[in-house]
Design a protein around this ligand. Structure first.
Ligand code: ADE
Length: 222
């Protein structure tokens, strides 16, 4: 998979794309990340990327030329082009699963300002990571990258682990325990030490259901 990021702040990505699972996925040759500063594609002699809104009003608007020029440069087959904005569809696990099968993804991140409406003609999906306003789309695109890349076969060493993820099953995960068997008076439930796999599975399903009912009853409506 090739992931392209159109951004004015490529330096924001350094730590995230070069750490942990995302870095390892790149080392394994499963994914490659391409950072594109769309200011380099401005047609303005001062490299301006935004301008005042037609019709007046507060705030600036991202000009179309830098984004269109950067997209021409990328020039890949059938990319999913994702515009990050608070008005987009809410990101979720199903969307991450869907995107994890793509060959090419382009994230477009604005900062501070709105997008010239014509930019939307380049876009296949508009996505929000939650009902709050960030200063730009960069953190949203990194969040999405993390959720997507870990689902690509070969990225996680334990393939089964993400099939049991919260949300993949439609429920939150059951509680987990490791050694020691007792810590500061808190004991590991006996059933987990019983060696009875059927009972353990039943306990886990029951705990998943209990946790989902308590914390996210909305998930059980689906
Ligand atoms: N840009 C600003 N806020 C955002 C959000 N919540 N999701 C995605 N992109 C954004």
């Amino acid at each position: 998979m090739n992931i392209h990021y159109l951004t004015l702040f490529p330096e924001m990505y350094e730590g995230v794309l070069n750490s942990s699972i995302l870095a390892r996925a790149k080392e394994k040759g499963i994914v490659d990340y391409h950072l594109i500063n769309f200011r380099d594609y401005s047609e303005d002699k001062h490299n301006k990327v935004d301008d005042y809104p037609y019709g007046g009003g507060a705030g600036m608007v991202l000009k179309p030329e830098p984004i269109f020029n950067a997209m021409d440069k990328i020039n890949v087959e059938k990319p999913r082009v994702i515009l990050l904005c608070p008005q987009g569809s809410p990101f979720n696990q199903k969307m991450a699963e869907d995107l994890s099968t793509e060959e090419n993804i382009v994230f477009i991140s604005g900062h501070y300002e709105g997008y010239d409406e014509r930019i939307r003609t380049l876009v296949t999906d508009e996505v929000s990571i939650g009902d709050y306003v960030l200063t730009g789309g960069e953190l949203a695109s990194m969040t999405m990258t993390d959720a997507i890349v870990r689902l690509i076969p070969g990225v996680l060493s334990n393939e089964a682990s993400h099939q049991e993820d919260s949300f993949s099953t439609g429920m939150l995960e059951h509680p987990h325990y490791t050694r020691p068997r007792e810590y500061r008076g808190m004991k590991v439930p006996d059933v987990l030490i019983s060696g009875n796999h059927k009972l353990i599975e039943e306990w886990r399903t029951e705990e998943s259901l209990k946790r989902t009912r308590e914390r996210r009853p909305d998930l059980l409506d689906n």
